[in-house]
Design a protein around this ligand. Structure first.
Ligand SMILES: [Zn+2]
Length: 165
């Protein structure tokens, strides 16, 4: 019975994905402790559970960030923020989805920038598991969609810090 329902679920999930409405799957990553600070800006991370982004290296080291913005800065300039690691050493990275706080793979998430929702460090990339969710959020809070995180570069992040989207 359990197997049958699991098969039914998998079939439904496959049909859903085939319909082109891709939704990023929720990941499991460690939660930050009270003494964990963001390696980019130095803020204590556990105070902002709804914004936390987490990166796990293959050697087991974990970095937590107070938002997707610091997380992307770290990814784009790892030589500066963590000279002991390289991009190839990353095993898992995830951001916190805005609506239900699921952990979503950083590059599978869809983001909204320029909305009226601010993070701990001001303007943020607000993460969503699907473009549909991001679009719903945008209708309520303004801003614009970033459909591919691969388009996020350093210039874009500095613009975000300065309120340019
Ligand atoms: Zn930070």
């Amino acid at each position: 019975m359990v197997l049958a329902s699991r098969r039914a679920f998998m079939a439904a999930a496959a049909a859903f994905l085939a319909a082109g409405r891709a939704i990023a799957a929720a990941l499991k990553v460690p939660a930050p402790g009270p003494s964990d600070t963001c390696p980019v800006c130095g803020m204590f991370v556990a105070k902002y559970p709804e914004w936390v982004a987490t990166l796990v290296f293959a050697d087991g080291k974990v970095a937590h960030f107070d938002g997707a913005k610091c997380h992307f800065k770290f990814i784009l300039d790892m030589a500066r923020f963590d000279p002991a690691h390289r991009r190839d050493d990353v095993r898992t990275m995830a951001v916190t989805e805005y609506y239900n706080l699921d952990k979503v793979e950083t590059f599978a998430a869809v983001y909204v920038v320029g909305s009226d929702v601010l993070g701990p460090m001001g303007h943020e990339l607000v993460p969503f598991a699907s473009a549909t969710d991001a679009e719903d959020f945008r209708k309520d809070h303004g801003g614009k969609l970033v459909r591919s995180a691969a388009a996020v570069d350093w210039k874009f992040l500095i613009g975000l810090d300065e309120g340019r989207f």
